[in-house]
Design a protein around this ligand. Structure first.
Ligand SMILES: *[C@@H]1O[C@H](CO)[C@@H](O)[C@H](O)[C@H]1NC(C)=O
Ligand SMILES: *[C@@H]1O[C@H](CO)[C@@H](O)[C@H](O)[C@H]1NC(C)=O
Ligand SMILES: *[C@@H]1O[C@H](CO)[C@@H](O)[C@H](O)[C@H]1NC(C)=O
Ligand SMILES: *[C@@H]1O[C@H](CO)[C@@H](O)[C@H](O)[C@H]1NC(C)=O
Ligand SMILES: *[C@@H]1O[C@H](CO)[C@@H](O)[C@H](O)[C@H]1NC(C)=O
Length: 401
């Protein structure tokens, strides 16, 4: 190590623990940048400590409370990889009984749903495990989101051409039979459903609807635009008819069949999550990325909004900006048991406290749409052609509702 590098490491407080380096970022160190630049644009990633000779993935600590989330010996590594196939874009669901994670692919090969068994990690000599594509039936017309509902997978499909978006229950065990539980709002099709969560107290299903699902990443999307059709979905991507309904957030009571709007006024409502007590809802608006055809619109939201969940109606009230994301757009959302919010972003997983302070990042150097806790201490992160496992101290909220 050169002396100058050593001094830089000391100065920036970089420190290596186990497999995963931790970089402590001083916010005052980048509060004022050289007026002559270069400044970055929204599609470039922000690495405050770019001179440290680190290869992602690593942890960036912006607030010392991130240390409690990471614990004494955090690590992050790739556990599944397929360079030619974006098999792990979104919709991660963990099934405790089998220790399996279900993932949904990116815009290649019709976005299949695949399964990974985390028990395979114990016997894999390389630390890498395989995924298997599920033999799902034709009801699943382009899946995007997913969660658990009464022991089944709840898939959230975007629709394909004239075929409607839908909420679908899928048996997580062979033969993976399914039942569509909702595919319209009083006769009108939704636009392109994106993601869903079950409310921890009422057990109603809340879901988002938008007119695209976001590209794998800008660069991949541009390559795919040139390379193949159909590469995408949603009206903005030329894959769905013109919308007949605003982009909004819905509540569905699966027992009574009642479906109602709980929030509107979004550009592209995407990821959704609830605080552990069910009193706060979070919605990621990824409007800045208007799909492949709409391109990047930097003045539209890359913003997570927080809402109070009104006790009697469960409408979302008191909308406020929770956080604006510094790299690309926010996508999937999940929480730990202490109410910290984990966000799939253009640079990996960004973690905020319940007041919206950025605590730290699991900096992957590539885009991540979503992530899921798989029991205590394991966060499994989707990055299209790779799945990362972060072993940290935090534990996720119970989604088995
Ligand atoms: C951002 O900067 C990169 C690198 O200079 C460039 O390739 C890209 O086109 C820029 N994107 C936008 C939206 O300006
Ligand atoms: C990647 O996935 C594709 C599609 O399932 C498969 O054909 C190919 O063998 C996989 N490659 C590797 C290296 O696993
Ligand atoms: C993954 O699949 C490859 C090819 O079939 C096989 O050689 C390898 O043993 C599998 N890995 C695991 C961990 O099961
Ligand atoms: C799958 O099939 C079984 C047996 O018919 C049925 O009990 C179950 O409800 C089905 N599950 C779904 C999600 O359709
Ligand atoms: C997973 O299942 C085991 C065995 O039933 C149980 O002890 C454990 O609490 C469950 N974990 C979670 C996070 O639900």
């Amino acid at each position: 190590m050169k002396a100058s590098t050593f001094i830089l490491l000391l100065f920036k407080g970089a420190l290596v623990i186990g497999q995963a380096p931790i970089v402590r970022e001083n916010k005052l160190a980048f509060a004022v940048l050289d007026p002559l630049g270069p400044f970055r644009n929204g599609s470039q990633l922000f690495e405050p400590t770019p001179n440290v000779n680190l290869t992602p993935p690593y942890f960036q600590v912006y607030d010392e409370r991130f240390d409690e989330i990471l614990g004494p010996n955090p690590s992050v590594r790739v556990i599944v990889q397929n360079d030619s196939f974006a098999f792990a874009h979104d919709g991660p669901v963990w099934v405790n009984e089998t220790n399996e994670i279900f993932v949904t692919g990116g815009r290649t090969l019709g976005r299949p749903v695949s399964v990974i068994n985390l028990n395979d990690l114990q016997t894999s000599p390389t630390g890498l495990i395989n995924f298997t594509i599920l033999p799902l039936g034709p009801d699943v017309q382009i899946n995007n989101g997913g969660t658990l509902f009464r022991g089944d997978l709840l898939l959230v499909t975007t629709g394909s051409g004239p075929l409607p978006p839908s909420l679908i229950r899928v048996n997580p065990k062979p033969p993976f039979n399914d039942t569509i539980i909702l595919n319209n709002f009083y006769g009108r099709q939704f636009n392109s459903l994106n993601d869903a969560k079950v409310h921890p107290q009422s057990r109603a299903i809340f879901f988002t609807d938008e007119t695209y699902a976001p590209p794998v990443s800008l660069s991949v999307a541009l390559k795919l635009t040139l390379a193949c059709t159909p590469f995408s979905y949603g009206f903005e991507n030329g894959f769905r008819p013109a919308p007949l309904i605003p982009n909004q957030v819905y509540r569905f009571d699966a027992d009574s069949g009642e479906v109602r709007v709980v929030a509107d006024g979004f550009s592209q409502p995407n990821g959704i999550a609830f605080s552990p007590d069910g009193n706060t809802a979070y919605i990621a608006d990824s409007g800045e990325t208007q799909g492949v055809n709409g391109g990047i619109q930097p003045t539209l939201p890359a913003t997570i909004y927080a809402f109070d969940v009104v006790p009697d109606t469960q409408a979302f009230a008191n909308r406020r900006v929770f956080a604006f994301i510094d790299s690309d757009v926010p996508d999937g959302l999940t929480l730990d048991t202490n109410g910290n919010l984990y966000v799939g972003c253009g640079d990996g997983t960004e973690v905020f406290d319940s007041k919206g302070t950025l605590l730290g990042k699991i900096f992957l150097g590539v885009s991540s749409s979503n992530m899921i806790f798989a029991g205590p201490n394991r966060l499994v992160i989707m990055a299209d052609t790779k799945v990362f496992l972060a072993e940290i101290a935090a534990e996720g909220v119970d989604l088995n509702l």
